[in-house]
Write a protein that binds this ligand. Structure first.
Ligand code: SAM
Length: 313
């Protein structure tokens, strides 16, 4: 299963479904307590059968049908009662139900598979005014306008677009970002790349982007058998909380230097970065780094120093 590469076009239309009904709703505090008792909804297997939701590999569809598990993931996102939640790829809605049960003020979902929309509309009817359904490609929609802060992003991400979405959430035009936390299911290998430190084989571009101005950690791992159908690999939930940058750097320059360095991770920095400046060896030395080192040994702070030196060239 690929973890990268689904580059759906930006700017594609995303169609709100049932949004008029849901977008304005706000549960009262008393209502929220009551909302914790889930309204009766059919078992997810029945929903999948009735709506013809046979899983499609091309859409990264590995569903979570165990509602105890989806509840556990929703709880990992913290107290949802004062937050709007953005969920990408709700599918038949197992995680969506849990987010609503846990008292999310509002849940906005973006789903590409039209077949799932009627199933999601059933959930919206069960939780009036709390669920907004957007049909479309999450890559075409950075931030639904109806989300009000604080926003938590919680998703069992489709593997084909998960990395791309994560990079976008970590590189917005302004910091702090629109989200106050990300709670995301990835392939375990991708999760390990996000939290890895220098010297580890998993350390790379995702690690530096995630750790420069956020605190990422793996909060749960799941075996393939947790999903229907089971994927080939284990999965893990990563939680990311934004922080102040750990070192000063221009975001664009930092992204450039990190991308170049890890694009040729086996090469020495003096080779992998040579396109960034004519006298790259001297620039790297001025940043206090031996130009014979490889990207995977360079700490986040050292990448900041490199970006700073390159900005002056
Ligand atoms: N959240 C559900 C669950 O946990 O059972 C489904 C998760 S499944 C791994 C990924 C979901 O993302 C599928 O429902 C799929 O249709 C949807 N999806 C795939 N690509 C998408 C995209 N570009 N934008 C929005 N949704 C997408």
């Amino acid at each position: 299963m690929p973890d990268e590469g689904g580059k759906g076009g930006r700017g594609r239309e995303t169609t709100p479904r049932g949004a008029g009904r849901a977008a304005t709703g706000r549960a009262t505090p008393a209502g929220r307590q009551g909302d914790r008792a889930a309204p009766p909804l059919p078992p997810l297997r029945e929903v999948i059968h009735r709506h013809g939701l046979a899983p499609r590999k091309a859409l990264g569809q590995n569903f979570l049908l165990d509602l105890n598990l989806t509840r556990k993931i929703a709880r990992l996102a913290g107290d949802l009662r004062q937050a709007d939640v953005l969920e990408i790829g709700p599918g038949p809605g197992g995680l969506t139900r849990a987010l609503l049960e846990e008292g999310a003020r509002k849940v906005v979902v973006i789903e590409k598979d039209r077949r799932a929309i009627p199933a999601l509309e059933e959930i919206a009817r069960a939780w009036p005014g709390r669920l907004e359904i957007l049909e479309g490609d999450a890559l075409a929609l950075d931030r639904p306008a109806s989300l009000a802060p604080p926003v938590k992003v919680v998703a069992n991400l489709p593997y084909n677009v998960g990395t791309e979405l994560f990079v976008r959430w970590m590189t917005p035009p302004a910091w702090p970002p629109f989200w106050e936390s990300l709670t995301l299911m990835f392939q375990r290998e991708v999760a390990e790349r996000i939290v890895a430190g220098p010297g580890s084989r998993s350390y790379g571009r995702l690690s530096v982007l995630a750790q420069w101005r956020a605190r990422p950690r793996i909060v749960m791992t799941l075996p393939p058998s947790a999903f229907t159908p089971p994927p080939k690999v284990h999965s893990a939930v990563v939680q990311v909380i934004p922080t102040e940058p750990v070192c000063p750097a221009d975001p664009k320059m930092l992204e450039r230097v990190v991308a170049a360095a890890f694009n040729q991770r086996r090469k020495m920095l003096r080779a992998s970065l040579k396109r960034l400046a004519p006298n790259i060896e001297a620039v790297v030395e001025r940043a206090g780094i031996d130009p014979r080192r490889r990207a995977e040994t360079v700490s986040v702070a050292e990448f900041c120093a490199l970006a700073g030196m390159l900005a002056r060239v």
